[in-house]
Write a protein that binds this ligand. Structure first.
Ligand SMILES: Cc1cc2nc3c(=O)[nH]c(=O)nc-3n(C[C@H](O)[C@H](O)[C@H](O)COP(=O)(O)OP(=O)(O)OC[C@H]3O[C@@H](n4cnc5c(N)ncnc54)[C@H](O)[C@@H]3O)c2cc1C
Length: 392
């Protein structure tokens, strides 16, 4: 067979590029194929930054994975620091010379809410450093917030902000350094068995067919186009994000944390302090309209709620925030219950999938990549991914 690999990774964004880096580093012959050239603006990882935190409300599997991810982010940053020019300059384009910054992250919600209670339990179970704050303590520490009783907060001082695009560039540079082959701007159109009775898989692009013992699909929001049986479990959802002019003394990264605010029920907003003079980033986690396969995603501002939601939140909770200076749209890859889907696909031997990041997956991508690298080579992984397995 021509073009035969141990593993082909389809989709080399957040999860796929990380898996490719770990696979290549462990000596596996790996091919990465992406419809674009990550990082890019047609998936789920752009907009420069992502929140990293470890206290989780969705079960202990997430906190354990986040803690391992934190160790791996440090390791990736160390490895990336040794990369030479000119690749080095390219990695940090549009970002400071770092992959992660410890800004602290505060979660704010109604005192007594399950949102805060579950985070507190997660901190206690996993010995995650944290501080509980009432509304007056919150506003004394960070006068940029307008928060009154009965709102309260849980602060994680070791949490912070990942530079997502720089992370993907660094992982790509290292994957290539360790021998991975990468095909950018190449869309995979079909996955199939390599032949009757064959365990190997065939990965079809418009121009060629590539073969592998195992295929890992990390197609993000569009994974359901290749793995059609999951189309209703990974739903591409359009999300608006905005950057607000905001005084650095109140909202800059040295004086303000990243944050998540649960305003009641499932309504949640998140924000990232101004990291580089480009403004404070603000987004709404819940809601969003379905993106349609094959059609362009309507740009920021084409829906009245793009601006209205963010401005309303800023006026209520961040009174020092000024003008909305720019906006962007990005895609969530939403599972109905926001739980990740990671594992072998039922009824498709040799085909694995990592997806359903549901707007909170990036922080885990280092540990997901490591665990997939281990599972695809040895059948065992240091981090247990069984909580995310894909049932038929
Ligand atoms: C606005 C926004 C804010 C977010 N904030 C946070 C946050 O603060 N913290 C956090 O942890 N997470 C956050 N997330 C979620 C996180 O970014 C995603 O969960 C994560 O990036 C998903 O990774 P992925 O690998 O599944 O998708 P992607 O990174 O999008 O990668 C998928 C790749 O697959 C490729 N692809 C798709 N189809 C094909 C095909 N047929 N052939 C070849 N290639 C294909 C795409 O081109 C793409 O490069 C946020 C997401 C958004 C949109």
């Amino acid at each position: 067979m021509n073009h035969h690999y141990d593993v082909i990774v389809v989709g080399a964004g957040s999860f796929g590029m990380s898996a490719g880096y770990h696979l290549a580093k462990s000596g596996v012959k790996v091919l990465l194929i992406d419809a674009h050239n990550p990082p890019h603006e047609s998936g789920s990882h752009h907009g420069q930054t992502r929140i990293f935190r470890t206290a989780y409300t969705m079960g202990s599997a997430y906190a354990a994975l986040a803690l391992r991810a934190g160790e791996l982010w440090t390791r990736l940053a160390e490895e990336a620091a040794a990369i030479q020019e000119p690749t080095r300059r390219h990695i940090y384009e549009g970002a400071p010379q770092e992959l992660f910054r410890r800004t602290g992250v505060v979660s704010i919600g109604h005192s007594g809410s399950r949102f805060l209670q579950a985070k507190r339990e997660s901190c206690e179970a996993f010995r995650i450093a944290h501080q509980l704050l009432d509304a007056s303590e919150l506003t004394a520490l960070w006068p940029g917030f307008a928060v009154q009783e009965p709102m309260a907060g849980l602060y994680e001082p070791d949490a912070g902000v990942l530079f997502s695009e720089a992370v993907i560039r660094a992982s790509k540079a290292l994957a290539l350094h360790y021998g991975a082959r990468f095909l950018p701007d190449t869309r995979v159109v079909r996955l199939a068995a390599a032949g009757a009775g064959e365990q190997a898989r065939a990965v079809h692009t418009a121009a060629a067919v590539y073969y592998a013992d195992r295929v890992l699909v990390c197609g993000g929001a569009w994974a359901g186009e290749l793995v059609t049986e999951l189309a209703d479990r990974i739903r591409p959802t359009r999300k608006a994000v905005g950057w607000f002019d905001a005084p650095p003394s109140l909202y800059g990264h040295g004086s303000f944390p990243a944050f998540i605010v649960n305003t009641g029920g499932s309504e949640e907003y998140y924000g990232i302090p101004d990291m580089d003079g480009g403004g404070m980033k603000l987004g709404r986690h819940n809601g969003g309209e379905a993106a349609v396969p094959g059609l362009p995603v309507p740009p920021f501002g084409t829906r009245p709620e793009d601006e209205a939601d963010l401005k309303r939140f800023a006026q209520r909770y961040l009174p020092g925030a000024q003008r909305l200076n720019r906006g962007s749209v990005c895609l969530y890859e939403n599972a109905p219950d926001e739980h990740f889907l990671i594992g072998q696909l039922p009824g498709r031997p040799g085909v694995w999938l990592a997806g359903g990041g549901s707007g909170h997956g990036f922080k885990f991508s280092s540990a997901i990549g490591e665990a997939l690298g281990e599972l695809l080579t040895t059948g065992r992984s240091r981090c247990d991914l069984s909580a995310f397995r894909i049932e038929g």
